[in-house]
Design a protein around this ligand. Structure first.
Ligand code: ST9
Ligand code: ZN
Ligand code: ZN
Length: 370
């Protein structure tokens, strides 16, 4: 058995162990642990919410996020009608770089180790990541590893079975579930703790984050092209920050709810094109949860919706990114046939329209050519 088949076997075993018998959707009870009584598990009792723990609200976060969103609406107005062109372009650039700090940095490099990066690229990504202010990349990756390992259980920080609002922003407004903290102790994070660039970010986060996310974005437009303090702060800091936060959260909410499941119909993560467009290629979530080690986080890396892959491929060309992991066509094909929902554009069941050779030509990609 080669490495990829072994990994696929393993992924399947995890999926099966979650599915049988717990995840048979019994009257809305997704996991056995959600069923308070045996008759609930049999579907004869009223359905209970996934979380049995009373929510412990964090009022500081509720107030700050409420303010941020009101301020962001005002910032959006200024972006459209008041701010200078250069300010709008700068806000867009900040969205791109801080987005890459999350997608190419925290997500694909640090949380999943789907490729390796030399220190100059890790430094750039750490700076980009700090501008995004989604907490230190160490903490982000720790939560994200929990999200994949315990997906859609109480140990998943943004457990999508608790509803759209919870998986979008609600999980940041309450204390974490005790199961998460308990199971989180067993997570191997040694690679993150050993990374000196991540150590530096974590140690000085409370200085670096305000500088990168709020102060620099406000000062640059004022100093370089005479923008007003009001426009600079509300557009480049608050509006841009709230926008990118919501795009990121949509991966947890919308892409865990709406879209096709061509690779694994037994899980909630779905292929959501609209999210992928704004999240630089991170909306192909059914693929990503099926093959989480693929640096493309999607089957096809060379399409226009996957800017992060283009970014990583560029750095691979100059040698700063290396050991890019991916999945062979054969593995994807066999997985699609076995567990897909039939929506795969090439290997959907009963799809006799495609000529076999044409299909093979269409799916053959070579990252070096991108
Ligand atoms: C933000 C993050 O928004 C967004 C992440 C989204 C992820 C999306 C993933 C999707 C895929 C990628 C797509 C990217 C697309 C990007 C597109 C870009 C264009 N394991 O956390 P605490 C233990 S951040 C193990 O305080 P509380 C541990 O002992 C926004 N153990 O829990 C810890 O102590 P320490 C800005 C864990 O008290 C202790 O518990 N940031 C784990 O329950 C306490 O941890 C904010 O607003 C674990 N996973 O509070 C801050 N977790 O740390 C928001 C915890 O010392 N957060 N432990 O080791 C908070 O205020 C709090 O975390 C809380 C929970 C109130 C939510
Ligand atoms: Zn992931
Ligand atoms: Zn997910």
């Amino acid at each position: 058995m080669n490495f990829e088949s072994e990994i696929e076997e393993c992924t399947e075993r995890v999926t099966r162990s979650k599915m049988a018998p717990n995840a048979t959707e019994l009257n809305g009870v997704l996991f056995e642990s959600d069923a308070a009584t045996p008759d609930m598990a049999l579907g004869t009792a009223p359905v209970m919410q996934a979380d049995k723990e009373p929510k412990k609200y964090v009022w500081r976060n509720i107030i700050l996020f409420a303010y941020l969103h009101v301020a962001a609406v005002y910032g959006g107005y200024l972006f459209l009608f008041e701010a200078k062109w250069l300010t709008c372009i700068f806000a867009y650039l900040l969205y791109v770089v801080s987005g890459l700090g999350i997608t190419a940095g925290a997500h694909r490099l640090w949380a999943h180790k789907s490729y390796k990066a030399k220190w100059p690229l890790r430094l750039i990504l750490m700076i980009f990541n700090t501008i995004a202010f989604q907490d230190s990349a160490m903490d982000w990756s720790r939560d994200h590893r929990m999200h994949h390992k315990y997906s859609e259980t109480d140990a998943d920080p943004h457990n999508a079975t608790r509803g759209f609002f919870f998986s979008h922003i609600g999980w940041l407004l309450v204390r974490k579930h005790p199961d998460l903290k308990k199971k989180g102790k067993g997570l191997d994070l040694s690679d993150l703790y050993e990374d000196q660039i991540l150590q530096f970010q974590k140690k000085y986060y409370l200085i670096l984050m305000p500088l990168g996310c709020f102060i620099m974005p406000t000062l640059v437009p004022i100093y370089f092209w005479g923008e007003s303090l009001l426009n600079a702060f509300f557009v480049c800091a608050l509006f841009r920050y709230a926008f990118i936060l919501n795009v990121t959260w949509l991966v947890n909410s919308a892409a865990h709810k709406w879209g096709d499941k061509p690779y694994d119909k037994n899980i909630k993560p779905s292929e959501n094109m609209s999210v992928a467009l704004f999240a630089f290629g991170e909306g192909f979530h059914n693929y990503h949860h099926t093959f989480p080690w693929d640096y493309k986080t999607a089957e096809l890396g060379n399409n226009r919706l996957n800017f992060t892959t283009t970014f990583i491929n560029f750095f691979a060309k100059i040698g700063w990114a290396y050991d890019l992991k991916t999945v062979s066509e054969d593995i994807v094909r066999s997985r699609v046939k076995r567990t897909g929902d039939g929506s795969h554009n090439l290997w959907g069941w009963g799809d006799k329209d495609h000529d076999k050779e044409e299909i093979n030509a269409a799916i053959r990609i070579n990252p070096k050519d991108e």
